[in-house]
Design a protein around this ligand. Sequence first.
Ligand code: NAG
Length: 306
Amino acid sequence: MVKAYNGALILADILLLILKILYYICESVYKFFVPAEEKSVAGEIVLITGTGHGIGKELALRYASLGATVVCWDVNQESNEETVNEIKKTGTAAAYAYQCDVSNREEVFSVAERVKQEVGNVTILVNNAGIMPCHTFLDYTIDEIKRIFDINVLAHFWILQAFLPSMIEKNHGHVVALSSLAGINGFPNLVPYCASKFAVRGLMEAISEELRTSSKGKSLIKFTTIYPYMVDTGLCKKPKIKFPSAMPLVSPGQAASRIIQAQRCNYREKTVPPFWLLCNLISRFLPDDALRCIIDFCDSGVEADS
Ligand SMILES: *[C@@H]1O[C@H](CO)[C@@H](O)[C@H](O)[C@H]1NC(C)=O
């Protein structure tokens, strides 16, 4: 009797699971055609790292124009203040510049404390700062490899440790991290960079799962991981693109708009440009050798720095 009951229960559970899966498949098809509404960021406190130039700077300008209070972190005080001055000239929002070496955990914590006192609790965090030296694997120095991980990966940990607690307490917040297409596929001359960007992807997926399960699904803190193609920021010193008209470098402004759109729509993952995510999904179904043929055909990536 008990056995039969258990059997029926399991069957019901499986049926329910199948119904839920079908429901969410339909929902995602619907969402594909009817894009999500972009939530407002007015009044939010947005912290962006690496705001001295490139994507970080564009993000700061755009978030400010949307009415957010912008907290700009960069290791270079001068260029960071330029960004903040540009924002202040428009007069639309409050902006603050802080000099911070995000690879230094103590510095992250002391600057975070100042931000909390002088500006308030950060509600949107954009971990953007990163470096990308390009060499063949054996040409990297020990310091270079460590530095790539300090800035591209460990900094995310320290900044999250500093700002996630108040987000959890208020059950309100959004964490955005910049990974890369090099966080989905491996590229020559970029072994440590690829490894660091794969790490960011793992960090983001695991932490969002942990919050979801530990809150029993009640956590409202959102996570968005961005995978840009090569962006024209100077990070990519020697890009190699076989079909530049079909696959041009992305401009920092374009990348920033896409990132903000993804954040405001609560997308979990987004490539820039968006079609790469689909390309990647499809490519994973191909036999390995077929994928290599496509990679050789496209013949794009980065050359080693001299
Ligand atoms: C920031 O959050 C902490 C709790 O995490 C709270 O005690 C504090 O009052 C908040 N500060 C502001 C300005 O809201």
